[in-house]
Design a binder for this molecule. Structure first.
Ligand SMILES: [Zn+2]
Length: 99
């Protein structure tokens, strides 16, 4: 592989990364994210209240206004939310696959 090819590849990688970060930022704080549970909590739906255990479960989280849903509530047709996987969730998933 020539230097030029390597350089082009590297630039492309950087551009993709920047685009991803920008889209996450512009997605704003009102966006819902799928993320591993870091601190045991429970689903904020009063009719659900499922316990989400740290290190074991996944949750769907919104920063502002802060809200936490279990994946079942987030996926619920009609009253669910649209969310995307967080970087942390992707990293954990990759690690899980590798081991
Ligand atoms: Zn729930």
């Amino acid at each position: 592989m020539s230097f030029k090819q390597r350089e082009a590849k590297r630039k492309k990688k950087v551009a993709v990364g920047a685009k991803r970060i920008a889209s996450r930022k512009s997605g704003g704080s009102s966006f819902w994210w799928l993320t591993p549970v870091r601190k045991t909590t429970c689903c904020s739906r009063t009719d659900c209240g499922r316990v989400l255990r740290a290190g074991k479960d996944e949750m769907v989280f919104r920063k502002l206004p802060e809200d936490v849903l279990c994946v079942l509530c987030a996926d619920h047709p009609g009253r669910g939310v649209s969310y995307r996987p967080s970087t942390r969730w992707e990293q954990q998933r990759r690690k899980g696959k590798a081991s």
